[in-house]
Design a protein around this ligand. Structure first.
Ligand SMILES: *Cc1c(COP(=O)(O)O)cnc(C)c1O
Length: 411
């Protein structure tokens, strides 16, 4: 008899995107002429920067020549890439992160999901709500939570509500927790955590011997100067924080796959004897056992963004999406809807009119404007009453979607 990991059955089915697809299909069948525009996607649409393509083509040629061919690479990632990341994303911004504290991966979803393996099952976790579902679901799978309750919360998890009432700033819990998941800029709300709030989190984490797991997948989208790009901009964060970054949204690598984790040398957790154990060593052990690195070709492609041309091309890509974000934000404002985000992130988080449930608003938008977005309830209990639109579409579709929303949505 092979028994299953029962924790998996605590998870509700991946209802959100299948339910969206189902409703679109039904509508399209009944209205075959309707041209539906999707502003719900959390995936980029524009091609890779030319520097990346050139670098990857060159790397392909290297792989085809016995003199330059490469097999397994270092598990932590090639040094050429780790050095460039440390330089461009940290040192040039006055942040102390060294190349040997960076671990290259095939994307941030795996990192955000796998990191919990190096922590004990008895740790209490705190998670922003609404947020990227990976943090919660991977902790449920691991058995770090109880069952899903009728109110939509998992037993044993401390939820950190992020709503308009608290300006989307997760409040410090008034109880002890051991692991804290923060995402800034946040998916789905598009909002950020200020440096002073982040300092409060760092102080809390140090006082509680807790670890902050900080997802900065959208750092490249931050336009306001005083918003931290990295948690390590905050004093003391090296003692209590792990940071996740990805090339997916920065450089269009969602299908190409490259991300990284930063684990500072001095960051430790306690073993059962109460001794401090460096988390970096545990993660290296985990990766060398379960991961064999992301492709050399891909790492060369990622490296290419760290040059003058590369930075310009990446900024061009980000600016393209952020111009879409502005079109969406302005359009919603014109018709009197309240919306957040879209300034430091490619996500616009709108408050549904008249406290409409987010799935009702989904149907309304689909029926009246033939535009698809994502109901906020899919990102956590506190997402109810909100709706996510994304700036990842192409320009003409974004413009047309907003025209239709203005002309056809009956508010
Ligand atoms: C897209 C995204 C990631 C990155 O995922 P990849 O696996 O690197 O493509 C990480 N965190 C959040 C919140 C995201 O939205």
């Amino acid at each position: 008899m092979a028994y299953i990991n029962d924790n998996y059955q605590k998870l509700p089915g991946s209802y959100l995107f299948s339910e969206i697809a189902k409703r679109i299909k039904t509508y399209q069948t009944q209205n075959p002429a309707a041209k539906i525009i999707r502003l719900g996607i959390g995936d980029v649409t524009q091609p890779l920067p030319k520097v990346c393509i050139d670098a990857m083509k060159h790397a392909v040629d290297e792989m085809g020549d016995v003199k330059t061919f490469r097999g397994y690479g270092p598990e932590q990632g090639y040094e050429f890439l780790r050095e460039k990341i440390a330089d461009y994303n940290y040192k040039q911004r006055g942040i102390n992160v060294e190349a040997d504290e960076i671990f290259i991966s095939d994307g941030s979803k795996c990192d955000c999901g796998n990191i919990q393996e190096i922590f004990g099952l008895n740790n209490k976790i705190a998670i922003a709500d609404p947020v990227y579902p990976v943090y919660l679901d991977t902790n449920v799978m691991a058995g770090r939570t109880g069952d899903l309750q009728a109110d939509g919360h998992f037993e044993g998890v401390v939820y950190l509500p992020c709503t308009a009432e608290n300006n989307f700033a997760p409040a410090i819990p008034n109880e002890h927790v051991d692991m804290i998941y923060l995402c800034s800029p946040n998916n789905p709300t598009g909002t950020t955590i200020s440096k002073s709030d982040l300092k409060r989190w760092v102080d809390y984490a140090k006082a509680n011997d807790a670890i902050i797991l900080y997802d900065a997948a959208y750092a490249a989208y931050i336009t306001e100067d005083d918003v931290p790009r990295s948690i390590y901009e905050v004093e003391g964060a090296r003692d209590c924080a792990i940071e996740f970054r990805s090339f997916s949204k920065t450089a269009g690598f969602t299908g190409t796959r490259c991300g990284y984790v930063v684990i500072p040398r001095e960051l430790t957790g306690k073993n059962k004897n109460g001794d401090d154990v460096p988390l970096k060593n545990l993660w290296l052990r985990r990766q060398t056992t379960k991961f064999n690195g992301t492709a050399y070709i891909v790492q060369r492609g990622a490296e290419a963004i760290y040059s003058e041309d590369g930075q310009n091309q990446v900024h061009g890509l980000v600016n393209y999406y952020m111009e879409n974000a502005k079109i969406i934000r302005d359009g919603l404002k014109d018709i009197g809807l309240t919306a957040y985000g879209g300034v430091n992130a490619p996500y616009i988080w709108l408050q549904t009119p008249k406290d409409m449930p987010s799935w009702t608003f989904f149907d309304k938008l689909l029926n009246e404007a033939n535009v698809v977005g994502t109901p906020g309830a899919g990102f956590g209990p506190c997402g109810e009453g909100y709706f996510r639109l994304t700036a990842f579409g192409d320009r003409s579709n974004t413009i047309e979607a907003m025209e239709r929303i203005k002309m056809q949505l009956q508010l």
